[in-house]
Design a protein around this ligand. Sequence first.
Ligand code: MSP
Length: 631
Amino acid sequence: MSTFYVTTPIYYVNGEPHAGHAYTTIVADALARYHRIKGDEVFFLTGVDEHGANVHKAAENEGISPQAYCDKMAPTFTQLWERLHISNDIFLRTTSDMHKRGVKKFLTALYDSGDIYKGPYEGYYCRPCERFFPEKELTDEKICPIHKLPLEWTEEENYFFRLSKYQDRLLARIHEDPQFIYPESRRNELLNVLKSGLEDISISRSSVSWGISLPFDPEHVIYVWIEALTNYMTALDYETEGERYQTFWPADVHMMAKEITRFHALIWPAMLMAVNLPLPRQVVAHGWLTKDGEALSKTRGIFIDMDGDIATYGVDAFRYYLLREFSFGNDGDYRPARLHARYNADLANDLGNLLNRVLGLVNKNFEGIPEPTTPGEFDAEIKQMAQTTVDKLDAHLKAFAFDAALETIWEFVRRINRYIQQTEVWTLTKPETRPRMGTILYNSLEALRLISVLISPFIPETAEKIQKQIGLVAFDTVAEWGRLPVGLTVSRGDPIFPRLDTKKEKQPQLKASAKSKQKQEPETTDLVSFADFQKLDLRVARVLAAEPVEGADRLLKLQVDFGTEKRQVVAGIAEHYTSDALIGKQVIVVANLEPATIRGIESQGMILAGSGDSVVLATLEKEMPLGTQVR
Ligand code: MSP
């Protein structure tokens, strides 16, 4: 049996969890659940980081002891994880005895390795990050690049870890396995850090009291980051090196957002090298969830109204939206309007309606699930598609492409909807066609059972509801075609995703926005179908000539070349581009837009550009032949 050990960062308890923490934890949960249905033995760790000056300060602000403060804050995380149906196997608290014992053992081993020495430290420190920033990474203002807050000049006597010694071994590790740091953008970033040279890092604080003391010098407290990294082993009860530790170390995936990859992919592996322990197999980082383009931040009060959205759409819709809409590895802006659109289009329409329709037809025409006696058109194709869906899902998840994974499942959902349409199954009620009707409905239910298995890592509550409605008593996790028993009594259950109309849905949003004083979302937009999108003919063209339009300050008249033809296009970019800057540039043009006359000049297309406070032309990352279609 394969094993799979996945971790989230342990989150600081100096504030309540927000949607950013939820995103990482949902992503890790989806992986853990996926590996469980594949039959792997899984261990899924999440937890909280409770030590350090930051937490101490938060406790002081409330006038309670740090321990009392942590005891109050830790449940805000566990409660959220329960609400979001997170299936973690452990919730590690760094104030627990098991962790403390493991940390002491690890630090003793590190000390014995000879890579620890004492020395003075001075530098710019960010309290919310709990880390020093090298001067070369700062501007003159000495502002934290992450929190945008002033850094504190700090001087103290510390213990150091000889990180620099591991430079070459780290490089070798990264080169030997291109997947070790994922995605490539993060790998390249860390290769650059390595190129500019690693400095030794301080691993203790003499000015901080809330933490675990160094086993070899109790006057010092272990630097909270060094302590925190060891949690991935202490959670397996590293101190006893018992069965759990033997089974699951090294971790398969350390999941996190991009800002802490340096700790996980350089410092942590170097610490493990120093004590001769195996390294985690993969350090994986996603981008940041943003709100109106800004990073979420406890300190700066920028947050997402997760509670309001979960109350309106349900936990699974929230999970689905985050996993389906964000391209893993990149930043993504959280938009309730998109959540609304996904809810109605994918969940209510595609999936919810399919289930309802099939159950309705079975109930109306049969006593329980009918026998598939009469194969016919499309059946083999659907069975084949079930298998390719399973295979593609696996490939996408290996690449952490949750959006593509869900899209693959939804292609299958939509195929089954089409199967119902194509076969006009509802008309096959005559005695001679009823066996075929029964077969089509059996296949549709089997497809729904399979879909429920495949969606269970992402939207587990929905998966269970579907299986219950089709009459299964215990949750079936096997993604193989043909397992659905004949004769089960199906229920005509409540719609799993009742359609929410825009007006009704707007109420809670308005209230939530007023409460959080956030900007109002734009009007809800429904999704366009892929077919509609395909109607757009976007093409690469080169600007041959550009000249101002008399009497219109904002307009430029451009001649563009598609390779096979030349066209005239009027664009409102004169305030942002001079004619000279445009000539020779490749641009993307909507080639099949109805011609329009602007200020008496015919415009035969539209040039794409990002338009906000400034306007920036859209181009391809590299030049391509003129006339190339952009999709
Ligand atoms: N305690 C350290 C981690 C130690 S792990 C050995 C820490 N804690 S944190 O509370 O700041 O959590 C950071 C993590 O929370 C990110 O790496 C990410 O997993 C998650 N996120 C916090 N804000 C986020 C977004 N805005 N978007 C996505 N994930 C976010 O760092």
